[in-house]
Write a protein that binds this ligand. Sequence first.
Ligand code: ADP
Ligand code: MG
Length: 345
Amino acid sequence: MLIPHGKGCDYMDEFTFINRITPSSYRRKEIRKGIGDDAAIFRLRQADTVMAVDTFVEGVHFTKKTLTPAQIGSRLLRVNLSDLAAMGATPLCYLVSIVVPENADPSYIEAIFAGMETDAKAYGIDLIGGDTVMGRELTISLTIVGSVPEEKARLRSDARTGDVVFVTGTLGDSRAGLALLLQEKTIENDLLRQELLRAHQQPTPRIEFAQALRPLARVALNDISDGLANELHEIAESSAVSLTVVDAAVPVSEGLRLWEEERQTNYKYFGGEDFELVGTVSRDDFPFVQQAGERLGLAVTKIGTVDKAATGGAVFVEKNGHTRRLQKYGYVHKSRDKDENHNEQ
Ligand code: ADP
Ligand code: MG
């Protein structure tokens, strides 16, 4: 921990802050040592350790206008949980590195950690360490640790010709929710408005769904952080296959249908940050995937197939009887979003 004293940040002295975020006990039995030493310790037996990290910078990944401090914490944890879901892993614990601006309000920083803790409790995972430093921009980096039984990690390189391509939930809602927050659009129906805001502010990582697929020998999975178009390309490239998506099959919510069609298309392929899962599985195993979704009240939709053709790495979209290539480019952060015309070629 590196907090220069006498720099207007007395409240953040090491003792007080770390004490406040140190849990009195740990939820996971694998944790041998959490916060309070030079490093944390956890012990796993007969499982692969899965790790991911994501960083939010104020002004780039969120603003005070679009997220409350509790939502910043919650969303950062959920985004990381989504990466574990995409690997088929069970989350265990996480570490948080935070850069605190000198003029930061202490209650604001604590609310970020409280937001994380609410979700950590819901998922039964623990904060086991981190780092706290002073700096210019509020920046929070969260490293998540999970585990998966040997040979059960879900790789994007596991798609095979003839597979069904599927997605969970509906797509484009997070971008639509952001449009509402940025007042790019207003909608009357409060229920639909709340659903879209929630999709942006508190997306649901598909942890339980991915775990429910454990009995299957092979599933390729990717989470939708940068947009469906981008994630489909990642699967196609990693697996050296081509995919064809039926445009009309890509699920969109009632809320998103309030946007004009071109905007819907843009958001569902390129909006990103939906944190749903996209995957491929053999035709025979697809009913099992659908049933797993049904048990969890989660829609699982077939949106296309992995082609039999030899050309690898391409993604096609069938729409109104035409098949066109889908561009790869996914979500561009709003602050850099000068060209919204990323569309089918
Ligand atoms: P060291 O100087 O040995 O690296 P620190 O003084 O930075 O340790 O931190 C003391 C303890 O507090 C460590 O266990 C560390 O992981 C934890 N810690 C520090 N900052 C955070 C944070 N932002 N979130 C969670 N744990 C933290
Ligand atoms: Mg030390």
